[in-house]
Design a binder for this molecule. Structure first.
Ligand code: NAD
Length: 511
Protein backbone atom coordinates (compact mmCIF):
# COMPACT_ATOMS: atom_id res chain seq x y z
CA UNK A 1 0.00 0.00 0.00
CA UNK A 2 1.16 3.50 -0.77
CA UNK A 3 1.39 5.44 2.48
CA UNK A 4 3.14 8.49 1.05
CA UNK A 5 1.71 11.95 1.56
CA UNK A 6 -1.49 12.69 -0.37
CA UNK A 7 -1.19 14.24 -3.80
CA UNK A 8 -3.15 17.47 -3.61
CA UNK A 9 -3.49 17.57 -7.42
CA UNK A 10 -5.85 14.62 -7.37
CA UNK A 11 -9.03 16.63 -7.53
CA UNK A 12 -8.13 17.22 -11.18
CA UNK A 13 -9.01 13.64 -11.90
CA UNK A 14 -12.61 14.06 -10.91
CA UNK A 15 -14.95 12.95 -13.63
CA UNK A 16 -17.45 15.27 -15.27
CA UNK A 17 -20.16 12.89 -14.02
CA UNK A 18 -19.58 14.24 -10.54
CA UNK A 19 -19.66 17.95 -11.38
CA UNK A 20 -21.95 19.70 -8.97
CA UNK A 21 -21.86 16.86 -6.46
CA UNK A 22 -21.38 18.43 -3.05
CA UNK A 23 -19.57 16.48 -0.39
CA UNK A 24 -17.17 14.61 -2.63
CA UNK A 25 -13.92 16.39 -2.15
CA UNK A 26 -10.70 14.42 -1.85
CA UNK A 27 -11.44 13.87 1.83
CA UNK A 28 -12.41 11.01 4.09
CA UNK A 29 -14.19 11.21 7.44
CA UNK A 30 -11.98 10.34 10.39
CA UNK A 31 -13.38 10.77 13.88
CA UNK A 32 -15.42 13.87 13.11
CA UNK A 33 -12.78 15.46 10.88
CA UNK A 34 -12.79 15.57 7.08
CA UNK A 35 -9.19 15.11 6.02
CA UNK A 36 -7.07 13.78 3.23
CA UNK A 37 -6.54 10.10 3.80
CA UNK A 38 -2.97 9.04 4.43
CA UNK A 39 -3.34 5.77 2.54
CA UNK A 40 -3.34 4.32 -0.94
CA UNK A 41 -4.66 6.11 -3.99
CA UNK A 42 -8.19 4.95 -4.74
CA UNK A 43 -9.48 5.41 -8.26
CA UNK A 44 -13.18 4.92 -8.61
CA UNK A 45 -13.86 4.03 -12.24
CA UNK A 46 -17.03 4.13 -14.28
CA UNK A 47 -17.43 0.54 -15.48
CA UNK A 48 -19.40 1.71 -18.51
CA UNK A 49 -16.37 3.53 -19.89
CA UNK A 50 -13.39 2.58 -17.76
CA UNK A 51 -12.83 6.30 -17.07
CA UNK A 52 -11.84 7.60 -13.65
CA UNK A 53 -14.84 8.98 -11.75
CA UNK A 54 -13.02 10.25 -8.73
CA UNK A 55 -9.55 9.70 -7.34
CA UNK A 56 -8.51 10.32 -3.77
CA UNK A 57 -6.36 8.86 -1.03
CA UNK A 58 -8.01 6.27 1.16
CA UNK A 59 -7.38 5.64 4.83
CA UNK A 60 -4.02 4.79 6.37
CA UNK A 61 -3.39 2.75 9.49
CA UNK A 62 -3.02 6.05 11.36
CA UNK A 63 -6.49 7.04 10.14
CA UNK A 64 -7.83 3.73 11.47
CA UNK A 65 -6.26 4.44 14.84
CA UNK A 66 -7.67 7.97 14.95
CA UNK A 67 -11.14 6.85 13.89
CA UNK A 68 -11.36 4.11 16.50
CA UNK A 69 -9.94 6.34 19.23
CA UNK A 70 -12.42 9.11 18.41
CA UNK A 71 -15.28 6.60 18.28
CA UNK A 72 -14.32 5.18 21.65
CA UNK A 73 -14.04 8.66 23.17
CA UNK A 74 -17.43 9.69 21.76
CA UNK A 75 -19.05 6.52 23.01
CA UNK A 76 -17.50 6.87 26.49
CA UNK A 77 -18.49 10.53 26.70
CA UNK A 78 -22.10 9.41 26.38
CA UNK A 79 -22.91 12.15 23.85
CA UNK A 80 -24.90 9.59 21.88
CA UNK A 81 -25.39 6.42 23.90
CA UNK A 82 -26.79 8.40 26.85
CA UNK A 83 -29.40 10.20 24.77
CA UNK A 84 -32.89 8.87 25.33
CA UNK A 85 -34.06 6.51 22.59
CA UNK A 86 -36.49 9.02 21.09
CA UNK A 87 -33.71 11.61 20.92
CA UNK A 88 -31.42 9.26 19.00
CA UNK A 89 -34.37 8.28 16.84
CA UNK A 90 -34.88 11.92 15.85
CA UNK A 91 -31.38 12.08 14.33
CA UNK A 92 -31.92 8.77 12.51
CA UNK A 93 -35.17 10.13 11.06
CA UNK A 94 -33.31 13.21 9.82
CA UNK A 95 -30.69 11.00 8.18
CA UNK A 96 -33.48 9.08 6.43
CA UNK A 97 -35.09 12.33 5.28
CA UNK A 98 -31.80 13.68 3.88
CA UNK A 99 -31.08 10.44 2.05
CA UNK A 100 -34.52 10.60 0.45
CA UNK A 101 -34.06 14.28 -0.44
CA UNK A 102 -30.78 13.40 -2.15
CA UNK A 103 -31.87 10.11 -3.67
CA UNK A 104 -31.28 11.39 -7.21
CA UNK A 105 -27.80 12.61 -6.39
CA UNK A 106 -26.94 9.39 -4.57
CA UNK A 107 -28.28 7.36 -7.47
CA UNK A 108 -26.23 9.42 -9.93
CA UNK A 109 -23.00 8.95 -7.94
CA UNK A 110 -23.62 5.26 -7.34
CA UNK A 111 -24.32 4.56 -11.00
CA UNK A 112 -21.08 6.35 -11.93
CA UNK A 113 -19.21 4.39 -9.26
CA UNK A 114 -20.66 0.89 -9.81
CA UNK A 115 -22.22 0.96 -13.30
CA UNK A 116 -25.61 -0.15 -11.91
CA UNK A 117 -28.87 0.93 -13.54
CA UNK A 118 -30.19 4.27 -12.35
CA UNK A 119 -33.57 2.72 -11.50
CA UNK A 120 -31.80 0.31 -9.17
CA UNK A 121 -29.48 2.83 -7.52
CA UNK A 122 -32.44 5.14 -6.87
CA UNK A 123 -34.39 2.27 -5.33
CA UNK A 124 -31.37 1.42 -3.15
CA UNK A 125 -31.22 5.01 -1.91
CA UNK A 126 -34.92 4.98 -1.05
CA UNK A 127 -34.54 1.67 0.72
CA UNK A 128 -31.62 3.10 2.74
CA UNK A 129 -33.83 6.02 3.80
CA UNK A 130 -36.46 3.50 4.88
CA UNK A 131 -33.86 1.54 6.85
CA UNK A 132 -32.89 4.58 8.92
CA UNK A 133 -36.55 5.35 9.59
CA UNK A 134 -37.39 1.76 10.46
CA UNK A 135 -34.47 1.53 12.89
CA UNK A 136 -35.54 4.85 14.45
CA UNK A 137 -39.02 3.42 15.01
CA UNK A 138 -37.66 0.11 16.29
CA UNK A 139 -35.39 1.99 18.69
CA UNK A 140 -38.20 4.10 20.10
CA UNK A 141 -40.40 1.08 20.67
CA UNK A 142 -37.73 -1.36 21.89
CA UNK A 143 -38.58 -2.90 25.24
CA UNK A 144 -36.46 -4.52 27.93
CA UNK A 145 -37.68 -7.55 29.85
CA UNK A 146 -38.37 -7.90 33.53
CA UNK A 147 -37.86 -11.65 33.88
CA UNK A 148 -40.07 -13.84 36.10
CA UNK A 149 -38.91 -13.65 39.70
CA UNK A 150 -37.53 -16.86 41.26
CA UNK A 151 -36.58 -15.34 44.62
CA UNK A 152 -36.56 -11.97 46.37
CA UNK A 153 -34.77 -10.08 43.59
CA UNK A 154 -36.26 -8.13 40.78
CA UNK A 155 -34.56 -9.67 37.73
CA UNK A 156 -34.25 -7.93 34.41
CA UNK A 157 -32.22 -7.72 31.23
CA UNK A 158 -30.78 -4.58 29.73
CA UNK A 159 -29.19 -4.16 26.30
CA UNK A 160 -26.14 -1.94 25.97
CA UNK A 161 -23.98 -0.87 23.00
CA UNK A 162 -20.61 -2.47 22.32
CA UNK A 163 -18.88 0.92 22.03
CA UNK A 164 -17.17 0.90 18.62
CA UNK A 165 -18.55 -1.23 15.80
CA UNK A 166 -16.72 -1.80 12.50
CA UNK A 167 -19.01 -2.08 9.48
CA UNK A 168 -17.31 -3.60 6.44
CA UNK A 169 -19.25 -3.59 3.18
CA UNK A 170 -18.98 -4.97 -0.37
CA UNK A 171 -19.33 -3.03 -3.62
CA UNK A 172 -22.52 -4.51 -5.01
CA UNK A 173 -25.20 -2.41 -3.24
CA UNK A 174 -23.25 0.27 -1.38
CA UNK A 175 -25.87 2.52 0.17
CA UNK A 176 -28.17 -0.34 1.11
CA UNK A 177 -25.33 -2.24 2.80
CA UNK A 178 -24.19 0.94 4.58
CA UNK A 179 -27.67 1.64 5.91
CA UNK A 180 -28.26 -1.97 6.91
CA UNK A 181 -25.29 -1.75 9.28
CA UNK A 182 -24.90 1.92 10.20
CA UNK A 183 -28.58 2.53 11.07
CA UNK A 184 -29.01 -0.30 13.63
CA UNK A 185 -25.48 0.11 15.02
CA UNK A 186 -26.05 3.83 15.65
CA UNK A 187 -29.57 3.19 16.90
CA UNK A 188 -28.06 0.82 19.45
CA UNK A 189 -25.87 3.67 20.73
CA UNK A 190 -22.54 2.65 19.19
CA UNK A 191 -19.91 4.62 17.33
CA UNK A 192 -19.38 3.17 13.85
CA UNK A 193 -16.32 2.96 11.66
CA UNK A 194 -17.56 2.21 8.15
CA UNK A 195 -15.12 0.68 5.68
CA UNK A 196 -16.49 0.74 2.16
CA UNK A 197 -14.82 -1.20 -0.66
CA UNK A 198 -12.25 0.40 -2.97
CA UNK A 199 -14.35 -0.32 -6.06
CA UNK A 200 -17.35 1.65 -4.79
CA UNK A 201 -16.41 4.05 -2.01
CA UNK A 202 -18.18 7.27 -3.00
CA UNK A 203 -21.71 6.88 -1.70
CA UNK A 204 -20.43 5.98 1.78
CA UNK A 205 -18.66 9.34 1.90
CA UNK A 206 -21.97 11.02 1.02
CA UNK A 207 -23.59 9.07 3.87
CA UNK A 208 -20.90 10.49 6.18
CA UNK A 209 -21.81 14.04 5.09
CA UNK A 210 -25.51 13.37 5.56
CA UNK A 211 -25.09 11.94 9.06
CA UNK A 212 -23.05 14.97 10.07
CA UNK A 213 -25.64 17.34 8.63
CA UNK A 214 -28.45 15.48 10.40
CA UNK A 215 -26.81 16.25 13.75
CA UNK A 216 -24.98 13.04 14.57
CA UNK A 217 -22.37 14.07 17.16
CA UNK A 218 -18.79 14.26 15.87
CA UNK A 219 -16.72 11.11 16.14
CA UNK A 220 -19.72 8.77 16.05
CA UNK A 221 -19.20 7.86 12.41
CA UNK A 222 -15.96 7.53 10.46
CA UNK A 223 -15.82 6.52 6.80
CA UNK A 224 -12.54 4.87 5.84
CA UNK A 225 -12.32 3.68 2.24
CA UNK A 226 -9.33 1.41 1.86
CA UNK A 227 -8.13 -2.05 1.07
CA UNK A 228 -9.61 -4.98 2.92
CA UNK A 229 -6.36 -6.75 3.69
CA UNK A 230 -4.82 -3.67 5.34
CA UNK A 231 -7.52 -1.25 6.52
CA UNK A 232 -10.30 -3.81 6.95
CA UNK A 233 -8.02 -6.22 8.72
CA UNK A 234 -6.66 -3.49 11.04
CA UNK A 235 -10.20 -2.58 12.02
CA UNK A 236 -11.20 -6.16 12.74
CA UNK A 237 -8.07 -6.77 14.80
CA UNK A 238 -8.25 -3.46 16.69
CA UNK A 239 -8.61 -4.14 20.44
CA UNK A 240 -11.10 -1.30 20.88
CA UNK A 241 -13.49 -2.53 18.19
CA UNK A 242 -16.15 -4.47 20.08
CA UNK A 243 -18.10 -5.96 17.17
CA UNK A 244 -17.69 -6.39 13.44
CA UNK A 245 -20.53 -6.52 10.99
CA UNK A 246 -19.28 -7.79 7.64
CA UNK A 247 -20.93 -8.34 4.29
CA UNK A 248 -18.82 -9.85 1.54
CA UNK A 249 -17.35 -13.08 0.25
CA UNK A 250 -17.16 -16.29 2.25
CA UNK A 251 -13.36 -16.49 1.98
CA UNK A 252 -13.04 -13.05 3.56
CA UNK A 253 -15.72 -13.90 6.11
CA UNK A 254 -13.68 -16.90 7.25
CA UNK A 255 -10.58 -14.71 7.70
CA UNK A 256 -12.54 -12.19 9.74
CA UNK A 257 -14.08 -14.97 11.80
CA UNK A 258 -10.62 -16.29 12.69
CA UNK A 259 -9.42 -12.88 13.89
CA UNK A 260 -12.65 -12.41 15.82
CA UNK A 261 -12.26 -15.82 17.47
CA UNK A 262 -8.85 -14.79 18.82
CA UNK A 263 -10.34 -11.60 20.24
CA UNK A 264 -13.51 -13.38 21.47
CA UNK A 265 -15.42 -10.72 19.58
CA UNK A 266 -18.93 -11.14 18.13
CA UNK A 267 -19.29 -10.89 14.37
CA UNK A 268 -22.17 -10.78 11.96
CA UNK A 269 -21.19 -12.33 8.64
CA UNK A 270 -23.41 -11.92 5.58
CA UNK A 271 -21.63 -14.00 2.92
CA UNK A 272 -21.92 -15.52 -0.53
CA UNK A 273 -24.52 -17.73 -2.15
CA UNK A 274 -25.32 -20.18 -4.93
CA UNK A 275 -29.06 -20.04 -4.62
CA UNK A 276 -31.38 -22.62 -6.19
CA UNK A 277 -34.52 -21.54 -8.00
CA UNK A 278 -37.00 -24.34 -8.57
CA UNK A 279 -39.70 -24.52 -11.24
CA UNK A 280 -42.32 -27.22 -10.73
CA UNK A 281 -44.45 -28.30 -13.69
CA UNK A 282 -47.60 -26.82 -12.11
CA UNK A 283 -46.09 -23.31 -11.82
CA UNK A 284 -47.40 -20.29 -13.69
CA UNK A 285 -44.55 -20.60 -16.17
CA UNK A 286 -44.80 -17.06 -17.52
CA UNK A 287 -44.55 -15.62 -13.99
CA UNK A 288 -41.72 -18.00 -13.20
CA UNK A 289 -39.87 -16.92 -16.33
CA UNK A 290 -40.05 -13.24 -15.41
CA UNK A 291 -39.06 -14.01 -11.82
CA UNK A 292 -36.09 -16.10 -12.88
CA UNK A 293 -34.81 -13.50 -15.32
CA UNK A 294 -35.05 -10.83 -12.63
CA UNK A 295 -33.61 -13.13 -9.97
CA UNK A 296 -30.40 -13.84 -11.85
CA UNK A 297 -29.86 -10.95 -14.27
CA UNK A 298 -30.95 -7.86 -12.32
CA UNK A 299 -27.88 -6.12 -10.83
CA UNK A 300 -26.05 -7.98 -13.65
CA UNK A 301 -26.06 -11.02 -11.40
CA UNK A 302 -23.86 -9.24 -8.84
CA UNK A 303 -26.14 -10.08 -6.02
CA UNK A 304 -25.52 -12.42 -3.11
CA UNK A 305 -29.02 -13.85 -3.50
CA UNK A 306 -28.86 -14.23 -7.30
CA UNK A 307 -30.80 -17.32 -8.34
CA UNK A 308 -27.90 -18.94 -10.16
CA UNK A 309 -28.85 -22.66 -10.06
CA UNK A 310 -32.13 -23.23 -11.89
CA UNK A 311 -33.82 -26.57 -11.28
CA UNK A 312 -36.59 -27.15 -13.83
CA UNK A 313 -38.95 -30.14 -13.70
CA UNK A 314 -38.10 -32.51 -16.55
CA UNK A 315 -41.66 -32.50 -17.94
CA UNK A 316 -41.44 -28.76 -18.77
CA UNK A 317 -37.67 -28.50 -19.08
CA UNK A 318 -37.33 -28.22 -22.88
CA UNK A 319 -40.17 -25.77 -23.32
CA UNK A 320 -39.22 -23.64 -20.33
CA UNK A 321 -35.51 -23.51 -21.10
CA UNK A 322 -36.29 -22.62 -24.73
CA UNK A 323 -38.38 -19.65 -23.59
CA UNK A 324 -35.79 -18.68 -20.99
CA UNK A 325 -33.02 -18.62 -23.59
CA UNK A 326 -35.11 -16.57 -26.00
CA UNK A 327 -35.97 -14.01 -23.32
CA UNK A 328 -32.38 -13.88 -22.09
CA UNK A 329 -31.18 -13.01 -25.58
CA UNK A 330 -33.72 -10.18 -25.70
CA UNK A 331 -32.40 -8.47 -22.56
CA UNK A 332 -30.91 -5.09 -23.35
CA UNK A 333 -27.29 -4.73 -22.33
CA UNK A 334 -26.07 -1.16 -21.94
CA UNK A 335 -24.99 1.60 -19.59
CA UNK A 336 -26.79 2.06 -16.29
CA UNK A 337 -27.59 5.64 -17.27
CA UNK A 338 -29.81 4.47 -20.15
CA UNK A 339 -33.38 3.94 -18.88
CA UNK A 340 -33.81 1.15 -21.45
CA UNK A 341 -30.98 -0.98 -20.03
CA UNK A 342 -31.76 -4.31 -18.37
CA UNK A 343 -28.22 -5.57 -17.81
CA UNK A 344 -25.61 -2.93 -16.98
CA UNK A 345 -21.83 -3.46 -16.94
CA UNK A 346 -20.17 -5.38 -14.15
CA UNK A 347 -18.49 -3.35 -11.44
CA UNK A 348 -14.95 -3.53 -12.80
CA UNK A 349 -13.13 -4.86 -15.83
CA UNK A 350 -11.13 -7.28 -13.71
CA UNK A 351 -14.34 -8.65 -12.21
CA UNK A 352 -15.79 -9.05 -15.70
CA UNK A 353 -12.68 -10.99 -16.70
CA UNK A 354 -13.06 -13.23 -13.66
CA UNK A 355 -16.69 -13.98 -14.59
CA UNK A 356 -15.64 -14.71 -18.19
CA UNK A 357 -12.90 -17.02 -16.89
CA UNK A 358 -15.42 -19.00 -14.82
CA UNK A 359 -17.70 -19.46 -17.83
CA UNK A 360 -14.75 -20.53 -20.01
CA UNK A 361 -13.73 -23.05 -17.36
CA UNK A 362 -17.29 -24.42 -17.19
CA UNK A 363 -17.29 -24.85 -20.97
CA UNK A 364 -13.91 -26.58 -20.81
CA UNK A 365 -15.43 -28.92 -18.22
CA UNK A 366 -18.33 -29.79 -20.57
CA UNK A 367 -20.98 -27.07 -20.18
CA UNK A 368 -22.99 -25.96 -23.22
CA UNK A 369 -23.65 -22.26 -23.74
CA UNK A 370 -27.34 -21.69 -24.50
CA UNK A 371 -27.18 -17.88 -24.34
CA UNK A 372 -24.41 -15.33 -23.89
CA UNK A 373 -21.14 -16.79 -22.73
CA UNK A 374 -19.04 -13.89 -24.00
CA UNK A 375 -18.63 -10.14 -23.98
CA UNK A 376 -20.96 -8.25 -26.33
CA UNK A 377 -19.77 -7.54 -29.85
CA UNK A 378 -21.45 -4.12 -30.03
CA UNK A 379 -18.61 -1.60 -30.60
CA UNK A 380 -20.54 0.98 -28.55
CA UNK A 381 -20.00 -1.23 -25.50
CA UNK A 382 -16.38 -2.13 -26.20
CA UNK A 383 -14.86 0.12 -23.52
CA UNK A 384 -17.18 -1.05 -20.73
CA UNK A 385 -17.00 -4.04 -18.37
CA UNK A 386 -19.92 -5.77 -20.08
CA UNK A 387 -20.77 -9.45 -20.17
CA UNK A 388 -23.77 -10.96 -21.89
CA UNK A 389 -26.43 -12.60 -19.74
CA UNK A 390 -25.53 -16.26 -19.90
CA UNK A 391 -27.37 -19.58 -19.60
CA UNK A 392 -25.35 -22.78 -19.32
CA UNK A 393 -26.63 -26.35 -19.60
CA UNK A 394 -25.18 -29.85 -19.73
CA UNK A 395 -23.70 -29.69 -16.24
CA UNK A 396 -24.39 -31.57 -13.03
CA UNK A 397 -24.89 -30.14 -9.58
CA UNK A 398 -21.41 -31.43 -8.73
CA UNK A 399 -19.62 -29.37 -11.39
CA UNK A 400 -17.54 -26.36 -10.41
CA UNK A 401 -19.96 -23.90 -12.02
CA UNK A 402 -22.72 -25.21 -9.73
CA UNK A 403 -20.58 -25.03 -6.61
CA UNK A 404 -18.71 -21.73 -6.85
CA UNK A 405 -20.30 -18.31 -6.71
CA UNK A 406 -19.85 -16.46 -10.03
CA UNK A 407 -21.31 -13.13 -8.89
CA UNK A 408 -22.17 -12.23 -12.46
CA UNK A 409 -24.99 -12.74 -15.00
CA UNK A 410 -24.58 -16.49 -15.29
CA UNK A 411 -27.19 -19.18 -14.58
CA UNK A 412 -27.05 -22.94 -15.01
CA UNK A 413 -30.14 -25.00 -15.86
CA UNK A 414 -30.58 -28.47 -14.38
CA UNK A 415 -33.56 -30.82 -14.93
CA UNK A 416 -35.02 -32.73 -11.96
CA UNK A 417 -37.42 -35.65 -11.73
CA UNK A 418 -38.91 -35.83 -8.24
CA UNK A 419 -39.22 -33.68 -5.17
CA UNK A 420 -36.93 -35.60 -2.85
CA UNK A 421 -34.13 -35.73 -5.42
CA UNK A 422 -34.66 -32.00 -6.05
CA UNK A 423 -34.38 -31.15 -2.35
CA UNK A 424 -31.25 -33.25 -1.98
CA UNK A 425 -29.61 -31.51 -4.95
CA UNK A 426 -30.70 -28.02 -3.95
CA UNK A 427 -29.26 -28.54 -0.45
CA UNK A 428 -26.10 -30.21 -1.72
CA UNK A 429 -24.09 -27.02 -1.75
CA UNK A 430 -21.75 -25.21 0.63
CA UNK A 431 -24.00 -22.14 0.62
CA UNK A 432 -27.47 -21.62 2.06
CA UNK A 433 -28.48 -18.07 1.39
CA UNK A 434 -31.72 -18.03 -0.60
CA UNK A 435 -34.11 -20.13 -2.65
CA UNK A 436 -36.98 -19.53 -5.06
CA UNK A 437 -39.91 -21.92 -5.48
CA UNK A 438 -42.38 -21.64 -8.36
CA UNK A 439 -45.47 -23.82 -7.97
CA UNK A 440 -49.25 -23.50 -7.76
CA UNK A 441 -49.49 -26.28 -5.16
CA UNK A 442 -49.55 -24.53 -1.79
CA UNK A 443 -48.83 -27.71 0.15
CA UNK A 444 -45.76 -28.41 -1.93
CA UNK A 445 -44.62 -24.79 -1.59
CA UNK A 446 -44.71 -25.08 2.19
CA UNK A 447 -43.06 -28.53 2.26
CA UNK A 448 -40.19 -27.53 0.00
CA UNK A 449 -39.72 -24.13 1.68
CA UNK A 450 -39.25 -25.88 5.03
CA UNK A 451 -36.93 -28.54 3.59
CA UNK A 452 -34.53 -26.15 1.86
CA UNK A 453 -31.56 -25.16 4.00
CA UNK A 454 -31.35 -21.43 3.35
CA UNK A 455 -31.90 -18.19 5.25
CA UNK A 456 -34.57 -16.86 2.87
CA UNK A 457 -37.13 -18.60 0.68
CA UNK A 458 -39.30 -16.85 -1.90
CA UNK A 459 -42.48 -18.59 -3.08
CA UNK A 460 -43.74 -17.46 -6.49
CA UNK A 461 -41.59 -14.35 -6.26
CA UNK A 462 -37.89 -13.57 -5.97
CA UNK A 463 -35.45 -10.95 -4.66
CA UNK A 464 -38.07 -9.06 -2.68
CA UNK A 465 -36.84 -7.46 0.52
CA UNK A 466 -38.30 -5.78 3.52
CA UNK A 467 -36.31 -4.13 6.28
CA UNK A 468 -38.87 -5.47 8.76
CA UNK A 469 -38.01 -9.09 7.87
CA UNK A 470 -34.78 -10.57 9.25
CA UNK A 471 -32.06 -11.61 6.80
CA UNK A 472 -29.39 -14.23 7.39
CA UNK A 473 -27.43 -16.94 5.62
CA UNK A 474 -27.24 -20.60 6.58
CA UNK A 475 -24.10 -22.75 6.28
CA UNK A 476 -21.23 -20.93 4.52
CA UNK A 477 -23.57 -18.05 3.66
CA UNK A 478 -23.26 -16.43 7.02
CA UNK A 479 -23.54 -16.08 10.74
CA UNK A 480 -26.00 -13.91 12.63
CA UNK A 481 -28.97 -11.89 11.46
CA UNK A 482 -29.52 -8.37 10.19
CA UNK A 483 -32.68 -6.30 9.74
CA UNK A 484 -36.00 -6.74 11.55
CA UNK A 485 -36.87 -5.34 14.98
CA UNK A 486 -34.11 -7.37 16.59
CA UNK A 487 -31.58 -6.00 14.11
CA UNK A 488 -30.72 -3.36 16.71
CA UNK A 489 -30.08 -5.97 19.37
CA UNK A 490 -27.38 -7.60 17.26
CA UNK A 491 -25.39 -4.41 17.92
CA UNK A 492 -25.95 -4.62 21.68
CA UNK A 493 -24.81 -6.93 24.41
CA UNK A 494 -27.11 -8.14 27.09
CA UNK A 495 -26.72 -7.45 30.78
CA UNK A 496 -28.73 -9.24 33.47
CA UNK A 497 -29.50 -7.35 36.66
CA UNK A 498 -30.60 -8.88 39.99
CA UNK A 499 -31.93 -6.23 42.34
CA UNK A 500 -32.77 -7.36 45.85
CA UNK A 501 -36.08 -6.00 47.09
CA UNK A 502 -36.37 -7.79 50.43
CA UNK A 503 -33.30 -6.84 52.47
CA UNK A 504 -32.93 -10.50 53.48
CA UNK A 505 -29.27 -11.22 54.30
CA UNK A 506 -27.57 -13.93 52.22
CA UNK A 507 -26.76 -17.19 54.11
CA UNK A 508 -23.16 -16.21 54.82
CA UNK A 509 -24.33 -12.88 56.17
CA UNK A 510 -25.99 -14.60 59.19
CA UNK A 511 -24.09 -14.08 62.46
P1 NAD B 1 -14.99 -9.17 -0.42
O1 NAD B 1 -15.12 -10.22 0.63
O2 NAD B 1 -13.83 -9.23 -1.33
O3 NAD B 1 -14.94 -7.73 0.25
C1 NAD B 1 -15.96 -7.25 1.09
C2 NAD B 1 -15.37 -6.17 1.99
O4 NAD B 1 -14.41 -6.77 2.86
C3 NAD B 1 -14.64 -5.07 1.24
O5 NAD B 1 -14.86 -3.83 1.88
C4 NAD B 1 -13.19 -5.51 1.37
O6 NAD B 1 -12.28 -4.44 1.25
C5 NAD B 1 -13.19 -6.07 2.79
N1 NAD B 1 -12.12 -7.03 3.10
C6 NAD B 1 -11.44 -7.84 2.23
N2 NAD B 1 -10.52 -8.56 2.91
C7 NAD B 1 -10.63 -8.22 4.22
C8 NAD B 1 -9.96 -8.65 5.41
N3 NAD B 1 -9.01 -9.57 5.39
N4 NAD B 1 -10.33 -8.10 6.58
C9 NAD B 1 -11.33 -7.18 6.62
N5 NAD B 1 -11.98 -6.73 5.52
C10 NAD B 1 -11.65 -7.25 4.34
O7 NAD B 1 -16.36 -9.18 -1.22
P2 NAD B 1 -16.75 -8.30 -2.49
O8 NAD B 1 -16.07 -8.84 -3.69
O9 NAD B 1 -16.61 -6.86 -2.16
O10 NAD B 1 -18.33 -8.59 -2.56
C11 NAD B 1 -18.85 -9.71 -3.19
C12 NAD B 1 -19.22 -10.77 -2.17
O11 NAD B 1 -20.10 -10.24 -1.19
C13 NAD B 1 -19.97 -11.93 -2.81
O12 NAD B 1 -19.46 -13.14 -2.32
C14 NAD B 1 -21.40 -11.72 -2.34
O13 NAD B 1 -22.18 -12.89 -2.30
C15 NAD B 1 -21.19 -11.14 -0.98
N6 NAD B 1 -22.38 -10.42 -0.54
C16 NAD B 1 -23.13 -10.97 0.46
C17 NAD B 1 -24.31 -10.33 0.87
C18 NAD B 1 -25.17 -10.92 1.96
O14 NAD B 1 -25.97 -10.19 2.52
N7 NAD B 1 -25.06 -12.21 2.28
C19 NAD B 1 -24.68 -9.13 0.28
C20 NAD B 1 -23.89 -8.60 -0.71
C21 NAD B 1 -22.72 -9.25 -1.12
Amino acid sequence: MNTTQPDTQLSASRHAALDGVDGLEDLILVGGEWRQGGGELIESRDPATGGVVHAFHGASLEDVEDAVTAGLAASRAGVWADLLPHQRALVLHRIGDLIEERADLISHVQTADTGKCRSETRALAMSAAGTFRYMAAALETMEEAVTPQRAGSLTMTAHEPYGVVAAITPWNSPIASDAQKVAPALAAGNAVVLKPPVWAPLVSLLVGRICEEAGLPAGLLSVLPGSGSVIGNALVAHPSVGKVSFTGGTTTGRKIGRVAADKIMPVTLELGGKSPTIVFADADLEQALAGILFGIFSSSGQSCIAGSRLFIHESVYDDFVGRLVERTRQLRVGPGTDPGTDVAPLVHHSHRDQVAGMVDKAVAEGATVLAGGCIPEDPALAAGAYYLPTILAGVTNQDTICREEVFGPVAVVLPFRDESDLIAQANDNEFGLACGIWTSDYRRAWRVARAIDSGTVWINTYKQFSISTPFSGHKASGLGTEKGRDGIKSYMRQKSIYWDLTGTPLPWGQP
